[in-house]
Write a protein that binds this ligand. Structure first.
Ligand code: SF4
Length: 200
């Protein structure tokens, strides 16, 4: 059993917040254990709660379409959410729930050590780009430590709003070049905690 699988088993037993009461299945994440690219969404929805897999509803089909547009599939990346259980009626996760679940995502990132993290929507974005509206910074990469971060709109929002859809489609096309430019840990310069890459 890998560290990620052990963590998924731990999440399946989790009762740390009230979302445990309403869930059918926990949704720890899905993808390659050696993925260089990590996508982080917000929370499981109706379909994800039933299947225990992230992004399997209409927004997931759109995410697959976006991955295909850059010649990738979900088997080559890792996809997860900031909270691992479905909030009732798909409401936004509460601050207390985000905090309770935070360590699971921290540990996933620690195990995966991705070169690049793409945040989908404002909740995952807020971890790395606090207090900034997503409309101001979507599609603009930032390097923090060893990892390159790219904030994008959430596919669910983009599905129903043409201007967000066009934005996420265009932003997605930047991923292959950014991934190539993401600096491996051994080449990183010590002491640089937050370096803004001027890639656009
Ligand atoms: S949302 Fe996270 S912290 Fe809350 S019960 Fe589920 S796994 Fe545990």
């Amino acid at each position: 059993m890998t560290e990620l699988e052990r963590l998924a088993a731990e999440i399946a037993q989790c009762q740390k917040c009230q979302l445990a009461r309403g869930r059918i299945k926990t949704v720890p994440g899905y993808g390659a254990a050696d993925a260089r690219l990590l996508f982080i969404g917000e929370a499981p929805g109706f379909h994800e709660d039933r299947q225990g897999l992230p992004f399997v509803g209409p927004d997931g089909q759109f995410l697959d379409e976006l991955l295909r547009s850059i010649g990738m599939s979900r088997e080559q990346v890792f996809i997860c959410n900031v909270v691992k259980c479905r909030p009732p009626n798909n409401r936004d996760p509460l601050p207390s729930e985000l905090e309770a679940c935070r360590s699971y995502l921290d540990r996933q990132i620690e195990f995966l050590r991705p070169r690049m993290i793409v945040t989908l929507g404002r909740y995952s974005m807020a971890r790395y780009f606090p207090n900034v509206p997503i409309s101001h910074i979507h599609g603009r990469a930032k390097k923090i430590g060893e990892t390159l971060y790219l904030p994008l709109f959430h596919p669910a929002a983009a599905l129903h709003q043409p201007r967000y859809r066009s934005a996420i489609e265009q932003d997605f096309l930047k991923i292959p070049d950014l991934l190539k430019q993401a600096v491996p840990a051994e080449e990183d310069h010590p002491g640089e905690q937050a370096e803004q890459l001027n890639l656009f």
